[in-house]
Design a protein around this ligand. Structure first.
Ligand code: MN
Length: 382
């Protein structure tokens, strides 16, 4: 039995002020691309089941574009005649009972099984049972639902559990309303052939449990997530686990992480101690999200070195962000030099970095006018 497990696709997420040729936020498009790559792999691998463990959409009320994209992709998956089972994560669960859960829109696809009402749902086939536990807002309800899951284990079939939660406190995402799976119920994992988890955005198995896996997200929802390896899990379960001899000679399961191609994040460091001669290798930054850290900066250099100059070093990057780290023990004369630069001049320098010439000229007039008014008002009040 072959299963594909993916998760946390966060459709509709957008970030950074970059548009692509179709005028769609580039990062939003990246998330659609990642999802399409998994669907492409599903077509090729032709597994027996496909699992998605939550946070399909980034928001509980996604944009029209995100919904349209998902419906198009689900139509493709549905046409493959492979059962596709998905559960709600914290991002797709409304916080009040007033709004309708978005996953409901997939109810009418014949090969798609959705689980979202903060309750246990058993999805059963001839040879496998999928025990789905979607995101739970309430811990007491959660416990009763886990017990329901326990009562439905049937050893004559494969048992696969699906959840969107943090197992213990180790996989918390610092988000609102996360569900932590109770430690006292972890023994249940031993009864399962595989436990598919969503919520944590990195791939890996959980502690000592060799059958409990987070597939990770298919893209990064934060630039703090520096992982360049994203993808899905391919699980092969031995079809003959009921026979003792078979399990002696075969692995009961094999679990393999399959990488997809995502936009890389590349970090660079520029030592300003010797700024003039600093060489930077930009060869690995094509289409990348580049983060440059200027280190050992003096305050004067910080005014001299403009962000536009740094950005020019990476002409083929998708985006460049710059962090400035000052040298410790900068001497006082330099600091007083900076104070000599008026706020007006400093502000204009700042505008110059991002605006084109025409825009700069227009803003310059405005800024000078405003500063003049401010000076006047100040003089009056003295
Ligand atoms: Mn997530």
């Amino acid at each position: 039995m072959k299963i594909i497990h993916f998760s946390d696709t966060h459709l509709g997420y957008n970030d950074l002020d970059v548009l692509n040729e179709e005028n769609i936020n580039q990062r939003e498009a990246d998330f659609y691309d990642a999802f399409s790559q998994v669907v492409e792999q599903i077509k090729q691998i032709k597994p027996d089941f496909v699992l998605h463990t939550g946070d399909l959409f980034h928001r509980s009320s996604p944009s029209n574009r995100a919904i349209t994209f998902a419906l198009e992709q689900f139509k493709i998956i549905n046409a493959l005649n492979i059962p596709f089972i998905l559960i709600a994560g914290n991002h797709s669960t409304p916080r009040t009972n007033l709004s309708s859960p978005i996953l409901k829109i997939f109810e009418n696809f014949e090969n798609i099984y959705v689980s979202y009402n903060q309750e246990y749902k058993k999805v059963e086939f001839a040879d496998a049972i999928f025990h789905t536990l979607p995101h739970m807002n309430d811990e007491t309800t959660a416990l009763s639902q886990i017990e329901l899951c326990e009562a439905n284990i049937d050893k004559s079939k494969k048992n696969i559990m699906m959840m969107h939660c943090s197992v213990g406190a180790s996989y918390l995402m610092q988000e609102f309303g996360e569900w932590v799976f109770p430690h006292a119920k972890e023994y249940l994992f031993n009864e399962m052939d595989y436990v598919a988890l969503g919520h944590w955005h990195g791939f890996g198995h959980v502690g000592k449990h060799e059958n409990v896996y987070y597939s990770g997200s298919t893209e990064r929802t934060s630039l703090n997530d520096k992982r360049n390896s994203k993808g899905f899990v391919e699980i092969n379960l031995d079809d003959a686990t009921n026979s003792k001899t078979a399990s002696l000679f075969h692995m009961p399961r094999s679990i393999e992480f399959k990488e997809i191609k995502i936009r890389p994040i590349v970090q660079k460091e520029l030592d300003c101690e010797d700024y003039e001669n600093a060489l930077i290798d930009a060869s690995d930054t094509e289409d990348a999200i580049v983060e440059v850290k200027l280190i050992n900066l003096t305050p004067l250099q910080s005014i001299d070195i403009q962000n536009t100059d740094i950005k020019k070093l990476f002409p083929h990057a998708m985006s460049v962000s710059i962090k400035r780290e000052f040298k410790l023990g900068t001497n006082d004369t330099e600091l007083s030099d900076i104070e000599a630069l008026s706020l007006e001049e400093f502000f204009l320098e700042h505008i110059k970095e991002d605006a084109n010439e025409k825009e700069y000229d227009r803003l310059k007039g405005k800024v000078q006018e405003l500063f003049a008014k401010y000076e006047e008002a100040r003089d009056d009040s003295l």
